[in-house]
Design a protein around this ligand. Structure first.
Ligand code: 13P
Ligand code: SF4
Length: 310
């Protein structure tokens, strides 16, 4: 089958089955192009809660599809590439959190949305990179906080909010490659460019970066908004490389320079046009979360979704 034939069949099945395709900005360009909704972690969670489709085909990694299943229990959530995992989500278990809570009964657990349902079930409030500052600022000042699992995002939040938190020792194997030296070198090469940096990056909490006037720390959706609204013509993009597909589509007259050609999330690339079609044809692979865990995991997500961003 050619790509055009696959896409036509996907469109036809979507209509017949009242399905919707949600995709993260890090998926392959051809997958992004067939999505009904393309977004970052926060946007995708919100969309999963709003859609009136019967089936959600989730083009992303496993924890994201699981989050959609927690938010939309009456919908069938399908993940075309069930082996698509995440180094961050895999760095912590529900058992780890239960142990911490035992030792810190008055503590608050803030979990990045890049976590399994089991971890969310032991979490007090979730956050994404788009709302992390607001979430942490909303918490009582006199309580101890544990932030899991991304130590780089956590350290950035501590720096910006001035709030101390205990940080879990996890990281994203893609963003952890982005160093201060890489940013400084690229900014010398392109002195007119704005530099858009994801806070999961290794360099996100380095003062040399935070004091750089042309550097901005954003979630993926924040970068897209910044590029659209800016009068600048050049941008250095310090996040997963496929984000440039959407940036370039929205801004054909602007130039987007990847920080490094190796900032690729191989897990996100497991989603292909072929397995999206197969997912719709066979209604596979259904994301299952036990009702007991789902009900517990829903609470910190709901707490997060109730925080207003503006
Ligand atoms: P956002 O989608 O919140 O920007 O997070 C990036 C990421 O690494 C998702 O896996
Ligand atoms: Fe996980 Fe990093 Fe890939 Fe996002 S980019 S899915 S955090 S490994």
């Amino acid at each position: 089958m050619t790509n055009t034939e696959i896409i036509n069949r996907i469109q036809q099945l979507k209509k017949e089955k009242n399905a919707v395709i949600l995709a993260h900005y890090y998926t392959r360009p051809e997958v992004q192009d067939i999505a009904d909704y393309l977004g970052d972690s926060l946007g995708l969670s919100q969309e999963a809660g709003k859609t009136d489709a019967d089936i959600i085909v989730f083009c992303g990694v496993h924890f994201m599809a699981e989050t959609a299943a927690i938010i939309s229990p009456h919908k069938k959530v399908l993940i075309p590439a069930p082996s698509a995992g995440c180094s961050l989500a895999e760095s912590i278990t529900g058992y780890d959190l239960r142990e911490w809570k035992k030792n810190n009964p008055a503590g608050i657990v803030v979990s990045y949305v890049n976590t399994t349902a089991d971890v969310k079930a032991w979490t007090d409030i979730c956050c994404t990179s788009a709302n992390a500052l607001k979430v942490v600022e909303s918490l009582p000042k006199d309580r101890k906080l544990l932030f899991v699992p991304d130590k780089n995002l956590g350290a950035w939040i501590c720096k910006v909010t001035g709030r101390e938190m205990e940080l879990w020792n996890g990281d994203c194997c893609v963003h952890a490659r982005i160093t201060t030296e890489m940013i400084l070198e690229k900014s010398q090469q392109y002195p007119e460019a704005d530099i858009l940096i994801h806070p999961e990056s290794l360099c996100s909490h380095d003062d040399r970066i935070l004091n750089l006037p042309q550097a901005y720390l954003y979630s993926t959706a924040g970068m897209i908004k910044h590029a659209l609204n800016s009068s600048k013509k050049q941008f250095i993009i310090a996040t997963e490389i496929e984000t440039i597909h959407k940036l370039q589509k929205d801004n054909p007259d602007k130039e987007f320079i990847p920080i490094d050609s190796r900032t690729i999330c191989a897990q996100m690339k497991k989603v292909t046009l072929e397995n999206v079609l197969e997912a719709l044809e066979k209604e596979q692979y259904i994301v299952e979360v036990s009702e007991e865990i789902r009900q517990k995991a829903w609470i910190p997500i709901d707490n997060m979704l109730n925080i207003k961003l503006q």
